[in-house]
Design a protein around this ligand. Structure first.
Ligand SMILES: Cc1ncc(COP(=O)(O)O)c(C=O)c1O
Length: 393
């Protein structure tokens, strides 16, 4: 079904759906494959001419992966999407196709920690130098761009500290200097921010989060213009050998159908919890892009159309045992990395060790919270009891 001019909810519900190509069945079949057969030498030649656009071998994906890419690009706005086995695979593929030995990268200081590890480990090993920059640098990024700077990487909001970046100012400076921009847009999803509409060249997503939405699969998605598609697909599937199961691609496409409904609820519950926590005497600061006072809130208001369910709380200075007492007995908030599933989560975040451009300012301990789909009243009751344990009651 053509999606032009339709609203996001409609696109997320119908994009990549072609029931009458599959005997009227609403959802597409799961095409599992390693081997793909060709009718003739001519057919083989023709399909290989359009390798990565057609189906030629299981590692590059089957029709199930193509339909997920079709749905995702319809919602996000990029010309192409590549389906990868994890968000980290999307991050490393985006960096590897943008940088060569001798090049330099500008990386936001608030980036997801494994993204920093790719820079400090893998990229350093192949002779790519990384300079970390203050997430609030805005147009000042121009002062850091050198002749060999080939890419600027953004993660907005930062997934631990939630600064929203001035994306248009950074994109303008990058364009002026001829640098590529890469944005980790996992937090906002294409529903709340569309990278290509803001001039970003490559979007990276951990689809293990809201796209899958059920804490039961790993996936990454890289979005890019058509001109970069072959290079990115060759790097991902051809050189690194990334392959994704068709069952996971199917689950991600199914996740997209409920993305809007889930995100509206995650957004509402997260705001209820964030506002409740902001009024607590134990709390120094709530870091939520939609709350005034969080760095970059004005950019969130200007550029984003919504907020998802992940935010953080900085506690007043306290003893580590107080936080441990709280976390150890939460009933509804599970303690685990990742986020974006249906369930609520809460985890300690140590920010002092993962900042180099600008030391992390807060003295208190930080908790990262994911607001799930439970009733907010039950979640607040769980938080209330947790804070009582924190106080030693
Ligand atoms: C912002 C962000 N980007 C990327 C990733 C990596 O995704 P994955 O765990 O699917 O490799 C994560 C995972 O937590 C993340 O939070």
């Amino acid at each position: 079904m053509a999606q032009q001019g339709k609203k996001d909810r409609t696109v997320a519900t119908h994009a990549g759906s072609h029931p009458h190509e599959h005997q009227g069945v609403v959802n597409p079949p799961v095409y599992r494959a390693s081997t793909v057969l060709f009718r003739s030498v001519q057919d083989l030649r023709e399909r290989y001419r359009h390798k990565y656009e057609t189906v030629t071998y299981g590692r590059d994906g089957t029709q199930t992966h193509r339909l997920l890419a079709e749905a995702f690009t319809a919602l996000e706005g990029s010309e192409r999407a590549i389906i990868l086995p994890s968000g980290v695979a999307a991050v490393s593929t985006a960096l590897l196709i943008s940088l060569s030995p001798g090049d330099s990268l500008l990386m936001v200081d608030s980036a997801y920690e494994p993204t920093r590890e790719i820079c400090d480990g893998l990229l350093a090993r192949i002779g790519v130098e990384t300079t970390y920059y203050d997430p609030m640098i805005g147009a000042g990024i121009a002062g850091l761009i050198r002749p060999n700077t080939k890419a600027i990487y953004l993660e907005s909001p930062g997934s631990l500290t939630f600064e929203t970046q001035d994306i248009p100012a950074i994109v303008a400076a990058a364009r002026q200097a001829g640098c590529r921009t890469i944005l980790d847009n996992t937090w906002a999803t294409p529903l709340f921010f569309k990278p290509p509409a803001h001039g970003i060249d490559i979007g990276v997503y951990s689809a293990s989060k809201y796209i899958g939405g059920h804490s039961d699969m790993m996936m990454g998605i890289l979005t890019c213009p058509a001109a970069l598609h072959k290079t990115a697909a060759k790097m991902a599937h051809g050189y690194i050998g990334h392959a994704v199961s068709a069952d996971d691609a199917y689950n991600a496409l199914r996740g997209m159908r409920t993305l809007h409904a889930r995100l509206v609820q995650h957004q509402e519950t997260a705001l209820i919890l964030a506002r409740w926590l902001a009024d607590r005497p134990e709390v120094e600061q709530v870091l939520h892009p939609a709350l005034p006072g969080t760095p970059g809130h004005e950019f969130w208001r200007r550029d984003y159309t919504g907020a998802s369910g992940l935010f953080a709380v900085v506690l007043k200075p306290c003893k580590p045992e107080q936080v441990e007492r709280m976390l150890d007995s939460m009933r509804l908030f599970g303690m685990g990395y990742s986020w974006g599933g249906f369930e609520s989560l809460m985890i300690r975040a140590d920010l002092k060790t993962c900042r180099t451009a600008k030391p992390w300012h807060a003295v208190g301990r930080t908790l990262r919270i994911h607001a799930g789909l439970e009733d907010p009243e039950d979640l607040i009751a769980d938080l209330e009891d947790g804070l009582a344990r924190y106080r030693g009651e």
